[in-house]
Ligand binder design. Structure first.
Ligand code: GLU
Length: 289
């Protein structure tokens, strides 16, 4: 087995995804500034190595709920109102989240930029062209794009729905070399390690077989965010088919980021296999269908 980890050091364009549960205190749901600070410092450090960095961050809806003291959306009278509450919370929370990121990136002399996307950003040719150009221009300017789904307008019909998938779509769109999914789990196991003590850790996936795709379990045991192992396998499909290597790693110690960039054996590596028949807009259009 060739040591693909050695090549990781040479990766030039890196997308990092972090989920809501990794950004908040489990006891209260409030933003964990210490972790946010560490995350931003790590990303700035990767940028300082001369690499292009893109952050895909969740946490908008969670931060918005906190801001207006909502536990959940159960007080909504119907589904439409629950959706409106969620959209309103994301509008409030995204601004808060961005304010924190702006401040932290500025402290390390880096420029953060916000990009919010929906399914239409990829499916519509003109939107996709514009998004692609904006990303390229931002990276050329040395800025760090901070991406989330535009949950303020995304309803079921046009939502990507989770940021694992979104981050892989972004990686494919901008011809990234590496996608790192930071999660509350060490990587891929042969079974759910929370339920099965015999579950074995998988260090490297050379080929995404149907069996592996089927292994994605629907839940991470996390009550916030929308990603589970299933969405991570979908992300792996998008990334590897688009010639992007992908690593799932545990976010509990955010220093894992520079260890990955140094080529250390962290998390599960999904080795890229460019599939010329993979069509990103068509794939995205058919998501959830
Ligand atoms: N976009 C959602 C948010 O920022 C989270 C989606 C996810 O957790 O994957 O709140």
């Amino acid at each position: 087995m060739s040591n693909f980890r050695d090549y990781i050091k040479d990766k030039k364009r890196i997308v990092v995804k972090i989920g809501s549960s990794s950004l908040q205190h489990p006891e209260t749901g409030e933003l964990d500034y210490t972790r946010l600070e560490k995350l931003v410092r790590e990303l700035c450090d990767i940028r300082n190595r001369g690499k292009d960095v893109v952050l895909v961050t969740s946490g908008a809806i969670a931060a918005g709920k906190k801001a207006v003291n909502l536990k959940d959306f159960s007080q909504a009278e119907n589904q439409a109102e629950a959706m409106a509450m969620k959209q309103a919370c994301s509008a409030i929370g995204q601004a808060r989240l961005m304010m924190v990121y702006q401040k932290l990136f500025a402290e390390y002399n880096h420029v953060a930029a916000q990009i919010l996307m929906t399914k239409n950003t990829i499916v519509d040719d003109l939107n996709r062209y514009n998004a692609h150009n904006t990303f390229y221009q931002l990276l050329k300017m040395g800025a760090i794009p901070v991406v989330n789904e535009n949950d303020t307008v995304a309803t079921y019909e046009i939502e990507i729905g989770d940021n694992d998938t979104l981050s892989a779509i972004v990686a494919a769109l901008i011809d990234a070399d590496l996608l790192i999914l930071l999660s509350d789990i060490d990587g891929l196991f042969t079974d759910d390690p929370r339920k099965n003590p015999d579950a074995k850790f998988i260090e490297q996936v050379d080929e995404l077989t149907d069996e592996l795709m089927g292994m994605g379990k629907a839940s991470t045991g996390s009550s916030v965010g929308t990603g589970g192992m299933n969405t991570k396998m979908i992300a792996a499909k998008i990334a590897t088919s688009s010639d992007v290597d992908m690593i799932i790693a545990n976010s509990k110690d955010l220093n894992v980021l520079h260890r990955i960039i140094q080529g250390k054996n962290e998390g599960t590596l999904f080795v890229a296999h460019k599939d010329d028949s993979f069509d990103l807009p068509v794939f995205v259009e058919n998501l959830h269908k």
